[in-house]
Every structure is written in structure tokens, then in C-alpha cells.
Design a protein around this ligand. Structure first.
Ligand SMILES: Cc1ncc(COP(=O)(O)O)c(C=O)c1O
Length: 511
């Protein structure tokens, strides 16, 4: 029997406590070898002396040696002892778990200035899901997603998927999914395109990122709705673009104001179907004004329809893209709001002359989205399940909006006036108590609610104080409870003198 086998036998025979001890000793010795404290080719102390040194049984040391031997860190010479191996092939591959990266000496390498600038301006970072938290605004009703149906479709697709789907995919996306998307948005939003114009992305956010990378040069001006979507600001700034805030009114982006501020922007980002975050719809006149200006100025229009499928009242207006005659509109859509966030699939519809550039360029960003997930989604759409789910959610969200409105009219009277949203998954509550929206959101947060101050979304144009309240992802009970907790959070503090009330507010904001 070789010495190694004897070691293994001993290791196996070790008791549970012994096992903890020998694992610990093994880790210590291994770290000493990798750090160079035990020299390559050098002889290890005898098991007897190590046992004495560490105050453990000899069997424990032998077991630790056995593990080091099995992994190639040491070798034994019968009658002579145990030696550190001369070459340690995995020396650089094995992370040293004992030493956290934070304790390693700091290198002088730094983040890029561009990244520092981008990170400084990121205001809202979505946090992992906490289902049903009132009033989370960027998640659909995950609790109502038909997981069994999705699982059945997934199982069928995976069982029958040809081996080619396991290989490299197309940078523009899986062709049957592009076909399904083109057909669906043609019917539901009037988007005019052929499947070849669809580029499948990892949600709308990646579409915005790709558009900024490929269509902007550093210093280029971009019209941005103000208030607007900070996720779009981030991608534009990261690409070196210059944001030109353009105010919004009941009819949407004020085109005349934009022309005054910057007549020749390179791009304009808009949310015409459901303005983010105010929830207004861009009027037909404004649409025409915007399209005419963009066609003459040689500007790209990015139309972000992140949740346009959910319209509860008012006349649905077809996508801006459907009125575009000069090929300047790029349409962006996402399945994260229609199905579930973790799916991370979205798309953009680019004019035909951009297709090659995006296909080629995208392959050096992330190659393509996961093909098998795309195949499952394609099947889900073509089988009609997607359309059915969207119709069902439209009904549910409309009911949830009514519940929020009814409860808030009853319990938040004089504190917050909630707008009856015509579309989307969130609405605005206008503060009526005289406190700032940041203070109101902080108070709500302390009581376990998730609201966002409207001012978070403003660039230059100051809005009246308001809170953004999501309603789609919360069931009726959660909404009603949320409203009554919000009533507590927004109650005016007991009467204070004006000076001390102001001091208290400053204190709350600082805290
Ligand atoms: C206006 C707007 N556009 C784009 C996105 C990004 O969507 P996705 O999660 O699909 O990347 C969001 C997300 O909340 C949004 O609110």
C-alpha cells in the first residue's frame, strides 16, 4: 500500500471534529505554499512535529497532508518525508479564499474618468425584487405570471430544439422571435417594419445603450424630456453625449422649446405613448411637429415604448414610428414589463440602413441574447399566450389603478392627490401637505413603502412636489395597506413654529 493510500484511509477515518481541524490545517498549509512561505521543493516539517506545533493529533496532520498530496501540492518520498511540489500548475488559477480582495495591497489602477462621471450621475438603482412591496413602480404583477404555462412551453422548446440552437446565434437575434415581434407590434402598435429590422436586446436598457454607442459622438447634443428617464441619461452621458433638457406639458415634449435651445440635436429621446414619469400622451400635433423637425434637422428620434401596451382609457395612439416617413425614428420595446423583469429581453426596430451596422457592431458588445430563452419567448408569442397575458394584465392593472385611486381619495385627502393613470404601471401623487417630495419619500421608506420623489426625474425644470407610485405589481390588499401606511407617513407633524418646522424639514432631508 502506498503512503498516499494510507493517508487517504486515515483522512476517511477522521472524526467530524477532526475533519474540521484537518480541513483548516490543509487550508493553512496550502496558503503557505501558494504565498511562498513554504518554498517549492522544500521539505515539510514531519507530521509529528506539526501535530505538536498546532496542538492537534497526528492523524489530523496526516489527513491534511493527504489532501495536499491528492491535489498535487506536495509529494512524498518514502523514508525521506513530504516535499512541496516544484511546479504548482494551478497556482494562479486558485483564488485564495482566506485573503479577501480588500486586504490585498491597493494597486494604483483606477476607474476611467468617464465611468466616474457616469456613476456620479446615476440616481436610481433598481434593487432586487421584493414582491408586492407597495408602491414599487418598475415591476409587473409577477405573482400573476403563468409560470406553469411558461414552464410547459420552455420544456417543449428545449426538448425539440435542434443542436444548432446551442451554438453561436445571430447578433440581431433569433429569427423566429424577430418575426413574431414584427408581426405583434405591427398589429398592436402599428409599427411598420420587416423582421430584419428587429434587433433583439437585453431589455430596453441595452437598446438605449447600443443606440447611444452607435449613433452619438462625444459632445453631440441629445434632447431629453424633462422630467424624464434617468436610465436614458446614463447611457447618453456614458457615450459622451450632451443632454439638452426639454420641458414637457400636457401634449408631451415642447418641440418649440427644444428648437430654441438646440435647433440641431443629434438625437431626441421621447416616451410619447406614456410620458415617463408624468404619464401624459403626446398629442397628434406635437408628434407631427417633432417628426418634421427631426426630418429637417437630420436628427434621430428614439421612441421608448416601455409599457405602451397598458392603456386603460383614452384613445390609443399608434406608435410615432408608424407616422415616420423619413426613417428617423428608432422604436424601442421590452418584454420585461410585459412578462417579467428577469427575462431581460427587449428589442429595437431600426431603419433598414442601420441594420448591418447594428448587427456587426453588436457582435462585439455581447454577441447576442441567449438563444434558448429567445426561442421560448418566440413560441410563447406565436402560440398566442403573450397576447392573452397582456390582455389579462391590462384588465388587472386597470382594476389595481382604480383601487389605488379609490383608497387614496378616501384616505389621503388633503395629503396626496393621486392621478388616475390612463396608461402604464405607475402614476403620480401630487403632494398637498407642503413638504418636499424627498422628505415624503423618506418618511414612506421608513414605514416600508417604496415611492420615488418626482424631483429625482427632473433635470432643470422644477415640478410641483409629487411621488411616483407603482400599482401594477401590488395586489389589492397590498395597495390598500400601502395607502393607509402612506397616510400615516404624510400626516403633518404636530404644530410647530414656522422656523422650527423648516429646521425639522431640513433635518429630515439631511438624515
Ligand atoms: C422609460 C423606461 N425605459 C426603459 C426602461 C428599461 O427597461 P428594461 O428593464 O427592459 O431594460 C425602463 C425601466 O424601468 C423605463 O422605465
Amino acid at each position: 500500500m502506498s503512503k498516499a493510500e494510507t493517508f487517504q484511509d486515515l483522512a476517511l477515518a477522521a472524526s467530524k471534529t477532526d475533519q474540521d481541524l484537518w480541513r483548516w490545517l490543509y487550508t493553512e498549509l496550502r496558503a503557505a505554499i501558494l504565498d511562498g512561505m513554504l518554498k517549492r521543493g522544500g521539505r515539510l516539517p514531519s507530521t509529528r512535529s506539526l501535530a505538536k506545533q498546532y496542538g492537534v493529533s497526528r492523524g489530523t496532520v496526516v489527513a491534511a497532508f493527504a489532501q495536499l498530496h491528492a491535489e498535487g501540492y506536495v509529494h512524498t518520498q518514502i523514508g525521506s518525508g513530504t516535499y512541496v511540489a516544484s511546479d504548482l500548475p494551478d497556482q494562479f488559477l486558485t483564488p485564495d479564499r482566506n485573503k479577501s480582495a480588500r486586504t490585498l495591497p491597493l494597486s494604483k489602477a483606477t476607474l476611467s474618468e468617464r465611468a466616474k462621471e457616469t456613476l456620479k450621475n446615476i440616481l436610481v438603482v433598481p434593487t432586487p425584487s421584493s414582491i408586492g412591496k407597495a408602491f414599487r413602480s418598475y415591476e409587473p404583477a409577477i405573482d400573476l405570471f403563468p409560470v406553469d404555462l411558461w414552464a410547459r412551453v420552455a420544456a417543449r422548446v428545449l426538448r425539440h430544439a435542434p443542436r444548432s440552437l446551442y451554438g453561436q446565434g445571430s447578433p440581431a437575434g433569433y429569427q423566429p422571435l424577430r418575426r413574431a415581434i414584427a408581426e405583434y407590434i405591427g398589429g398592436s402598435r402599428g409599427v411598420r417594419c420587416v423582421p430584419e429590422q428587429i434587433i433583439v436586446t437585453s431589455g430596453a436598457q441595452q437598446a438605449l445603450d447600443l443606440l447611444a454607442r452607435f449613433l452619438l459622438d462625444p459632445g453631440d447634443s441629445v434632447w431629453m424630456e424633462d422630467p424624464g428617464y434617468p436610465g436614458a441619461w446614463a447611457t447618453i452621458r456614458a457615450a459622451g453625449g450632451k443632454i439638452v433638457p426639454v420641458p414637457v406639458d400636457q401634449d408631451g415634449l415642447r418641440v418649440a422649446e427644444g428648437r430654441k435651445r438646440c435647433p440641431k440635436a443629434r438625437m431626441a429621446y421621447v416616451t410619447p405613448a406614456n410620458q415617463f414619469p408624468l404619464g401624459t400622451t403626446m398629442s397628434a400635433n406635437r408628434r407631427m411637429e417633432l417628426l418634421n423637425w427631426a426630418a429637417n434637422a437630420g436628427t434621430w428620434i428614439v421612441e421608448d415604448e416601455y409599457d405602451a401596451e397598458y392603456r386603460y382609457f383614452g384613445k390609443p395612439v399608434a406608435a410615432l414610428q408608424s407616422f415616420d416617413r423619413s426613417g428617423c425614428v428608432i422604436y424601442v420595446g421590452t418584454f420585461t414589463k410585459m412578462l417579467f423583469n428577469a427575462l431581460r429581453l427587449g428589442f429595437m426596430v431600426v431603419p433598414e440602413r442601420l441594420v448591418d451596422a447594428f448587427e456587426t457592431g453588436r457582435s462585439y458588445v455581447d454577441r447576442h441574447p441567449p438563444t434558448l430563452d429567445q426561442a421560448i419567448l418566440a413560441e410563447f408569442i406565436t402560440e398566442g399566450y403573450f397576447g392573452h397575458h397582456v390582455r389579462r394584465m391590462r384588465q388587472t392593472y386597470s382594476e389595481r389603478m382604480s383601487i389605488l385611486k379609490e383608497a387614496s381619495d378616501k384616505h389621503l385627502h388633503g395629503l396626496l392627490e393621486v392621478t388616475d393613470a390612463a396608461a402604464g404601471m405607475r402614476t403620480v401623487g401630487w403632494l398637498r401637505t407642503g413638504i418636499s417630495d424627498k422628505t415624503a419619500a423618506q418618511r414612506a421608506d421608513r414605514l416600508g413603502l417604496e415611492t420615488v420623489p418626482l424631483s429625482t426625474f427632473s433635470l432643470e425644470y422644477v415640478q410641483k412636489p409629487g411621488l411616483i407610485l407603482g400599482f401594477a405589481g401590488c395586489n389589492p390588499g397590498e395597495l390598500r395597506r400601502g395607502v393607509s401606511v402612506l397616510a400615516t407617513a404624510l400626516q403633518p407633524k404636530p404644530a410647530l413654529s414656522r422656523a422650527s418646522a423648516e429646521r425639522a424639514e431640513v433635518g429630515e432631508e439631511a438624515g
